[in-house]
Design a protein around this ligand. Structure first.
Ligand SMILES: Nc1nc2c(ncn2[C@@H]2O[C@H](COP(=O)(O)OP(=O)(O)OP(=O)(O)O)[C@@H](O)[C@H]2O)c(=O)[nH]1
Ligand SMILES: [Zn+2]
Length: 204
């Protein structure tokens, strides 16, 4: 017997007024039950290059104002950029802690408090450095009629994952916003060990 459950499903959309402007929020779900959202702003033609941000959930940075990482700053800047550009998409993926989950991220933070870096902490807990998976992005962008993108990221793995899904990256825009004294070491590790393209001058 074959399983006919769709891998991904588009559920519903609604208005989402924000501090930056009025977006629409679109709900998606994976067959596993994992939920994700997309925020869209403005309109576009199917062949147009649309600015997008793919953002992995970071409860501490995105919602609790943490300065241990740059997530909250990047999220805010991405939404501002989209509004300034007049159109764009945020894919907000619920893969907290680079895919290890919130409570494991707190364990990883505890290990970082004792001297490990962000990669060493993941490995110490028995996880790969980055467990994220982007396959739903192809479905989300297809649903939202986006084929060509201007991708806001410093992470080449995200760009590669999108290309593998058949999305055309017309341009990559760095989003090196949110450097703090507390996250400098974390960003340096991401640059040295995870291949992030963060401007090295900023990390001196
Ligand atoms: N395991 C782990 N995850 C972390 C840590 N600090 C932040 N994160 C997670 O790292 C992820 C960062 O996601 P993004 O901002 O989308 O992506 P990125 O890989 O930094 O790439 P950019 O697009 O350049 O921002 C989020 O899921 C955070 O929860 C940490 O110390 N350990
Ligand atoms: Zn974060």
């Amino acid at each position: 017997m074959t399983d006919n459950t769709p891998q991904f499903e588009y559920v519903s959309a609604a208005k989402l007024p924000t501090r930056f402007g009025e977006f629409r929020i679109h709900g998606f779900v994976e067959a596993s039950g994992q939920e994700h959202v997309a925020l869209t702003y403005g309109d576009w033609q199917a062949d147009e290059a649309v600015p997008i941000r793919i953002h992995s959930e970071c409860l501490t940075g995105d919602s609790l104002f943490s300065t241990r990482c740059d997530c909250g700053f990047q999220l805010e800047r991405a939404l501002q950029n989209i509004v300034e550009h007049g159109k764009g998409v945020l894919l907000y993926l619920r893969q907290e802690g680079r895919g290890i989950g919130l409570l494991n991220k707190i364990k990883a933070y505890q290990l970082q408090d004792t001297g490990m870096d962000t990669v060493e902490a993941n490995l110490h807990l028995g996880f790969d450095a980055d467990l994220r998976e982007y396959s739903i992005c192809g479905f989300m962008l297809d649903t939202l009629n986006v084929k060509n993108v201007i991708l806001m990221t410093n992470n080449p793995r995200k760009a590669k994952a999108l290309e593998d899904l058949g999305v055309n990256i017309i341009e990559r825009k760095p989003i090196d916003h949110g450097l703090t004294e507390q996250n400098k070491g974390y960003l340096k590790t991401k640059t040295e060990k995870l291949g992030h393209l963060f401007d090295p001058h900023l990390l001196k």
